[in-house]
Design a protein around this ligand. Structure first.
Ligand code: AMP
Ligand code: GLY
Length: 425
């Protein structure tokens, strides 16, 4: 099978790494890829938002299966165009990707099926949004409806802050993403990510993870794309997972099918769990980054079979085999991230590190320049390890970090702390 993965971050490196372990994979191309991916697969320079370019490439290279990593090509309808051209695709249609592209759409689905989530109201102008905010109690959550690269959620501690957030969004700071705004109740509890494959009809949970969104230790400071993750998420016990399946995931998938927009791909549910009760924070229509890295480390070669079964509507017969292990990934980021940061810094020491089924350095923002690995993004490397116990996996990951020479970068030293030392919560 010739496989094309679209994307070029740590998520796609881990997908590539897992896919390559499966003997079914004859050839793997990743577009655009990065320096780490280039060491294990062919990389292609391709505009992954240009359907014609992607279809031409698929035909020229005799690609049998396309795995779409990030949300942007999904929301742009690249999956639909490929399917129309007869190509097997992992990833939802543009219409189904609304579950990530529009918070109001997701809220409407939750209301339709009675799925537990924060109470909310939806606004198309600042005046009404502010009038509503004044009637609420704080903290209150102000969200841009559309995709805003992690900048679209503001948790306001006062009504004045909520009003500033509303103006910020309606004044166009986030472009069209902020043209509509959702204001919702602030939920308390512990957050965890739940990953479920869906083939339009059947569903198969494939793992849980917890990520650290804040840049600073003890989960402080500004939000990022994610500074580290671990799997499984202790907060997402079997009971909580079954409840989330029964009350949130299965009703959503059934409602999508009923509306004629069946969901096919991985559904990533961000859950808030309090006293054993899960509520939906948000849906994403792709694997999380860096959650994917820990899931792939645990799933290995079967990830390809599972993604193929999803794309071929065969999930009813599929099953996932979990080892009772733990994986962790620690993000090394460029100094300054998530604000301004330099690119083009050289990283040394990577070539001497072991890369095994238990330890992998997944590359995120890296590029090859004159034979050297240099930085090309804010999140640069994902140091990933797996072991029987989480503490052991964390120790392995941090040992690897100690051997990487990247003075222009930083990382959090406390990834996994909620699971490792729950008494500190
Ligand atoms: P989202 O982009 O919707 O995932 O929101 C980003 C982050 O904001 C989430 O991971 C939560 O930490 C936080 N958040 C979003 N909505 C709520 C809410 N209703 N209550 C509490 N925290 C929230
Ligand atoms: N790590 C959070 C996300 O991928 O959205």
């Amino acid at each position: 099978m010739n496989i094309l993965i679209l994307g070029g971050g740590g998520r796609e490196h881990s997908l590539a790494w897992a896919v390559l372990q499966n003997p079914k994979c004859d050839r793997l191309v990743v577009a655009p890829g990065n320096a780490g991916i280039a060491a294990i697969a062919d990389c292609a320079t391709l505009d992954i938002l240009d359907a014609v370019a992607v279809i031409n490439f698929v035909e020229q290279e005799a690609i049998d299966f396309v795995i779409i990593g990030p949300e942007a090509p999904l929301v742009a309808g690249i999956g639909d165009r490929l399917r129309d051209a007869g190509v097997l695709v992992f990833g939802p249609s543009k219409a189904a990707a609304e579950l990530e592209a529009s918070k109001a759409f997701t809220k409407a689905i939750c209301t339709a099926v009675g799925a537990p989530t924060a109470a909310y109201s939806h606004f198309t102008n600042a005046l009404e949004a502010k009038a509503y905010a004044q009637t609420t109690s704080t903290p209150i959550v102000v969200k841009a409806d559309g995709l805003a690269a992690g900048k679209g959620v503001i948790i306001a501690d006062t009504i004045a802050e909520a009003e500033t957030a509303i103006d910020y969004m309606f004044d166009g700071a986030l472009g069209s993403a902020g043209a509509e705004v959702v204001i919702e109740e602030f939920m308390t509890g512990e957050e965890a990510s739940f990953f479920v494959l869906c083939d339009g009809k059947d569903v198969l949970p494939i793992g849980t993870a917890q990520d650290h969104k804040r840049v600073g230790e003890a989960d402080t400071g500004p939000n990022t794309g994610g500074m580290g993750a671990y799997s499984p998420a202790p907060a997402l016990t079997d009971e909580v997972a079954e409840r989330a399946m029964a009350e949130i995931i299965r009703p959503t998938v059934a409602e999508m099918a009923r509306r004629g927009i069946p969901y096919q791909g991985v559904l990533y549910a961000g859950l808030m769990i309090e006293k054993g009760v899960p509520r939906l924070v948000e849906y994403n229509v792709r694997f999380g980054d860096p959650e994917c890295q820990v899931l792939m480390m645990r799933l290995g070669a079967q990830a390809l079979d599972l993604m193929q079964a999803t794309a071929e509507n065969r999930l009813a017969q599929a099953q996932v085999n979990w080892a009772s292990d733990n994986a962790i990934t620690v993000v090394m980021a460029a100094n300054g991230y998530p604000g301004n940061y330099a690119k083009g810094e050289t990283i040394h020491g990577l070539e001497t590190l072991p890369e095994t089924s238990n330890q992998m350095i997944f590359h995120a923002g890296t590029a090859l320049k004159e034979g050297k690995i240099t930085t090309s993004g804010g999140r640069v490397l994902n140091i990933t390890a797996r072991a029987a116990e989480l503490a052991e996996a964390a120790q392995l990951a941090y040992e690897l970090i100690g051997r990487i020479d990247y003075p222009a970068g930083f990382y959090r030293r406390d990834i996994g702390w909620r699971a490792l030392a729950p008494s500190k919560i």
